[in-house]
Design a protein around this ligand. Structure first.
Ligand code: AMP
Length: 148
């Protein structure tokens, strides 16, 4: 048996994000753990930026799309009362960056939604599936349904 000290919740900007965030907060408080939030940017062309690059939140960006993503992420993290040092905005492929980052930062638990922006078409979304398969720590999926 082991407890969870560092928990990473992966947040996309889908309608289900709040449910995943709330569940992550509950689990974190239950274990008196530290909660980190990751969002992987995969929808803005960033040709000069290598995958895995950390996007700073405290400097405004000239790119309006990027600034809009930063604002959304900041709002979500503010609502979750996440310390600025535990907010991770990263450029890349979500399933790869979530597991790589969790390993790098020695997370004990990753929390993902069962589904996200890609909808409820399959039993389990592709990001969730890949994270479960490749993660080297425990993974919790928050089961999301159409009627939530
Ligand atoms: P999906 O498999 O894409 O339907 O998404 C399932 C879950 O993976 C979501 O509920 C999020 O927890 C996580 N996820 C998906 N895309 C991202 C992303 N770009 N950044 C962070 N987490 C994500």
């Amino acid at each position: 048996m082991h407890t969870y000290k560092k928990i990473l919740v992966a947040i996309d900007f889908s309608d289900y994000g709040n449910l995943v965030a709330n569940q992550a907060r509950f689990i974190t408080d239950t274990f008196q753990a530290e909660l980190h939030v990751i969002h992987v940017l995969d929808n803005i062309p960033m040709p000069d930026t290598p995958y895995g690059a950390l996007i700073t939140l405290d400097q405004p960006s000239k790119d309006l799309l990027l600034q809009a993503e930063k604002n959304k992420f900041t709002q979500i993290c503010d609502a979750m009362h996440i310390a600025p040092a535990n907010r991770w905005l990263i450029w890349g492929v979500p399933q790869e960056e979530i597991t790589r980052f969790a390993m790098q930062e020695k997370m004990d638990l990753i929390i993902v939604g069962s589904h996200g922006r890609h909808g409820l078409t399959a039993l389990l979304g592709s990001t969730a599936k890949n994270v479960i398969f490749h993660a080297e720590c425990d993974v919790m999926t928050v089961h999301l349904r159409d009627d939530q």
